[in-house]
Design a protein around this ligand. Structure first.
Ligand code: TPW
Length: 546
C-alpha cells in the first residue's frame, strides 16, 4: 500500500473519523489520495486557524483523534496558535503537513513558503506537539506513524507528521499495532488502595473533574466511582460540560471567587479533594478565595498520581479508574449531599435591553423546549455566560484563551457529533474567524450562532473602561448571514431575543446567526466576580467606570 493510504488507514484505525484541511501545492498529492481513496471524509475551510480549531473540537467531542491537513509553511505556520491551544488543553490533534520532496529540498534554490530553513517548521512544531516524525523514509515510515499516533492518544496532546510530496505514493509496509505503554500493575493497585483509604477517612471529600476525564473517554467511569463512594462532584472551569448526562451528584463548576460561593467553599475547604484529570492552571485555580495547597489534594493528571508528598509516576488515568472500580464494587454508607442549584430560566419577553444573563435564560428555555445542543464557546463574556447555561457538553479554550475558537470549533463539533451545535461568540472573536460560517452550506451543517455584540473587546474594556482602542465598529453581522448561506436576525430587546431563539431552533438546514445587541457595561455575573477577583490577585487595578 502507498504511504498516503497507509497513513489514512492508520488514522482511521486509531479513531479518526474525518479530516479538516486546506490544500497547497506541497499538500496537493496527499489531498488527491484523501479524496479518491475516500478512507476518511475531508472538509475544507477558509483559513488554517479555523482548520485547527475545527479538528481540535472534533477531537475533544469524540475523545479521539482530530485531524488537520495543511500545506507547508504558509499553511502550517498559520495554524500554530490553534495547535498551541490544543497542546495546552490536551486535545489529541494530528497535524499533517505537506512538505517539499527530497529533490527540491536539495536544490540550491530557496523554496517558497520556507522560513529560516526547511527545518524551521519542524522545530516550531516540536514546541507545540508531543511527538513528531518526518515521513521521508519508506523503511521506517509505518513504524513512525504507529509511534506518533500512540503518543497522541496516550498523552492526549497534538502530534506532527510531515509528509514530503514525493513520498505520498511510495509503497511502505503495514503500520504495526503497538501495545500500550506498560503500566506497573502493583503500583496501580497500591495507588488505588491508598486513594480509597484517604477518601474513606475524610469528612468532606469531593471529586473535582477536569478535562482529561473527557479526553480519555472516562466520564461514565468517573460518574460510577462518584456514585459508589457517594462523592459530590464539581468540574473545573475548563472542564465545564464534563459528565453532562451522567448519573452523579454534579454540583456545577468551580471558578473560585468568580463562581458559586458554596461550590468555592466546598472545594477549598474539602479535607480530601480528589482531582481527576485537572490541569493546574490560573483559569482553573487563579481566582481562589484561599490558595488550595496542592500537597493536600490527590491529583491524577499527566499520567501521574500525586498524594501530598509522594507520587506514582507513569499511571494513566484509564488504568487508575479501572483499578478503583475493581476495588469499589460495594456501596459505601451514604453521606449527606450538598444541594444543587437550578440554572436561571424564563426569559422575560419584554422590551427591556438584553444583558448576558438573559442570553443564558433564553438558551435554557430553548433547551427545555427543543432539547439540549452541544456548545462551542469562544473566550470572552460568552464563556462566562455559559456558566449560567445548563450543564451541557461544551468545548471552549478556557485555559489557553485564544479568540477565534468558537465559530470553527462549533462547526467541527457539529461535523464530528452529527448534532446541531450552539456557538457562543463575542463580536471581537467573530471578526477573527466568523467568515468560516460561509462553509456551513458545503459542509451540510446548520449551527445556531449567538453573537454577543457589545461593540468592544469587552473583557479588556472591563479592565480599562476609558481607552478607545478597546472599541469596535459594528459590521452589520446579521445582514452578512444571508449571502453566506445562513439566516440572520438582529435583536435589541429581550422579547426579540426570545422570538429569535425560538425561530432559530425551529429552522433547520442553514446556519442561524442571532446578533445580540449588548451594552458594554452589561456583563455576566461571573465576569463581574472574575474581574474583581482577578484584579485582587494580580494587583492589576480595575479602573473605575465613573
Ligand atoms: C487571538 C486578548 C482577550 S479577551 C479580548 C481580547 C482582545 C476581547 C474579546 O472580545 P469579544 O468578547 O470577542 O468581543 P467580549 O466578551 O470580551 O466583548 N488575541 C487572541 N486571543 C486573545 N485572547 C486576545 C487577543 C483578548
Amino acid at each position: 500500500m502507498t504511504l498516503a493510504e497507509t497513513l489514512l488507514h492508520a488514522l482511521r484505525d486509531h479513531g479518526a473519523t474525518e479530516i479538516f484541511g486546506i490544500p497547497g501545492d506541497f499538500a496537493l498529492p496527499f489531498f488527491k489520495v484523501i479524496e479518491e481513496s475516500a478512507i476518511l471524509p475531508c472538509h475544507t475551510l477558509s483559513h488554517e486557524p479555523g482548520v485547527g480549531f475545527a479538528a481540535d473540537a472534533a477531537a475533544r467531542y469524540r475523545s479521539d483523534l482530530g485531524v488537520a491537513v495543511i500545506t507547508y509553511g504558509a499553511g502550517a505556520l498559520n495554524m500554530v496558535n490553534a495547535v498551541a491551544c490544543a497542546y495546552s488543553e490536551k486535545s489529541s490533534l494530528v497535524v499533517i503537513s505537506g512538505a517539499p520532496g527530497a529533490a527540491e529540498s536539495g536544490s540550491e534554490l530557496l523554496l517558497h513558503h520556507q522560513a529560516k530553513s526547511l527545518g524551521s517548521q519542524f522545530r516550531v512544531y516540536q514546541e507545540i506537539t508531543c511527538d513528531q516524525a518526518i515521513l521521508d523514509n519508506p523503511h521506517t515510515a509505518a513504524r513512525e506513524i504507529a509511534r506518533v499516533l500512540r503518543s497522541c492518544r496516550e498523552e492526549s496532546r497534538p502530534v506532527y507528521l510531515e509528509l514530503p510530496r514525493d513520498m505520498v505514493n511510495v509503497e511502505v509496509g503495514a503500520v504495526p499495532k503497538l501495545p500500550p505503554t506498560a503500566v506497573d500493575g502493583e503500583a496501580l493497585a497500591a495507588c488505588a488502595g491508598e486513594l480509597l483509604t484517604r477518601v474513606a477517612g475524610a469528612r468532606r471529600p469531593l471529586l473535582l473533574a477536569g478535562v482529561e476525564v473527557r479526553r480519555y473517554g472516562l466520564e461514565e467511569e468517573v460518574a460510577t466511582l462518584a456514585r459508589r463512594l457517594h462523592l459530590p462532584v464539581v468540574t473545573s472551569f475548563m472542564g465545564r460540560g464534563l459528565l453532562a448526562g451522567q448519573e452523579c451528584h454534579l454540583l456545577g463548576s468551580y471558578i473560585g471567587l468568580a463562581g458559586d460561593p458554596e461550590i468555592c467553599a466546598l472545594v477549598e475547604e474539602s479535607d480530601c479533594l480528589l482531582m481527576l484529570g485537572v490541569i493546574v492552571c490560573d483559569s482553573n485555580f487563579g481566582v481562589s478565595a484561599r490558595q488550595i495547597d496542592m500537597r493536600r489534594v490527590i491529583h491524577a493528571a499527566d499520567r501521574c498520581v500525586k498524594f501530598g508528598f509522594h507520587h506514582y509516576p507513569e499511571l494513566p488515568l484509564e488504568g487508575l479508574m479501572e483499578a478503583l472500580l475493581a476495588k469499589t464494587a460495594t456501596v459505601e454508607p451514604e453521606r449527606s449531599m450538598p444541594e444543587t442549584r437550578p440554572y436561571p430560566r424564563h426569559l422575560a419577553a419584554d422590551d427591556a435591553p438584553i444583558a448576558p444573563i438573559d442570553i443564558a435564560r433564553g438558551v435554557n428555555d430553548l433547551f427545555a423546549a427543543h432539547g439540549p445542543l452541544p456548545i462551542a464557546a469562544d473566550i470572552g463574556d460568552c464563556l462566562f455566560t455559559a456558566m449560567d447555561i445548563d450543564h451541557i457538553e461544551l468545548v471552549a479554550p478556557g485555559y489557553y484563551a485564544t479568540m477565534g475558537f468558537g465559530v470553527p470549533a462549533g462547526m467541527g463539533l457539529q461535523v464530528a457529533s452529527g448534532r446541531r451545535a450552539l456557538i457562543l461568540v463575542g463580536d471581537g472573536a467573530f471578526q477573527m474567524t466568523g467568515w468560516e460560517l460561509g462553509n456551513c452550506r458545503r459542509l451540510g451543517i446548520d449551527p445556531i450562532v449567538l453573537l454577543f455584540n457589545n461593540q468592544a473587546w469587552g473583557m479588556l474594556k472591563t479592565f480599562q473602561p476609558h481607552n478607545r482602542y478597546n472599541l469596535l465598529d459594528s459590521w452589520g453581522y446579521a445582514e452578512t448571514a444571508a449571502p453566506l448561506g445562513g439566516h440572520g436576525a438582529h435583536v435589541t430587546t429581550r422579547g426579540q431575543l426570545a422570538a429569535a431563539l425560538d425561530h432559530a431552533a425551529r429552522s433547520r438546514g442553514r446556519f442561524q446567526l442571532v446578533e445580540i445587541a449588548l451594552s458594554v457595561e452589561a456583563i455576566s455575573p461571573t465576569l463581574q466576580r472574575f474581574v474583581q477577583a482577578q484584579s485582587r490577585h494580580t494587583g492589576m487595578a480595575v479602573e473605575s467606570n465613573s
